[in-house]
Design a binder for this molecule. Structure first.
Ligand code: SF4
Ligand code: SF4
Length: 81
């Protein structure tokens, strides 16, 4: 048996789970979109190729930071935003 949600993911504010969040160094970003492809919550929007984090849905998992080939995403505490 596979557990499934009874609400669409747009109603599931996964950002409420977050204790750390991704901070992108736009100067170092190569605009490769790998972070965008790997984000499990579709919480990254590309604006002119630069990732912008949609905080309502970013759960702070750190996958984007781990996959970024330029290592330009840091996972930081709320006060470091
Ligand atoms: S931390 Fe996780 S949920 Fe947030 S943008 Fe990165 S991959 Fe997506
Ligand atoms: S994976 Fe890294 S280099 Fe590529 S678009 Fe995302 S932040 Fe920029």
């Amino acid at each position: 048996m596979t557990p499934i949600s009874d609400t669409p993911s747009t109603m599931n504010k996964t950002g409420l789970w977050r204790v750390i969040f991704p901070k992108v160094d736009e100067e170092k970003c190569r605009r490769c979109a790998i972070c965008w492809k790997f984000c499990p919550d579709a919480a990254i929007q590309l604006v002119d190729g630069v990732p912008h984090i949609i905080l309502d849905f970013c759960k702070g998992c750190g996958i984007c930071a781990n996959e970024c080939p330029a290592k330009c995403i840091a996972m930081v505490e709320e006060g470091e935003r």
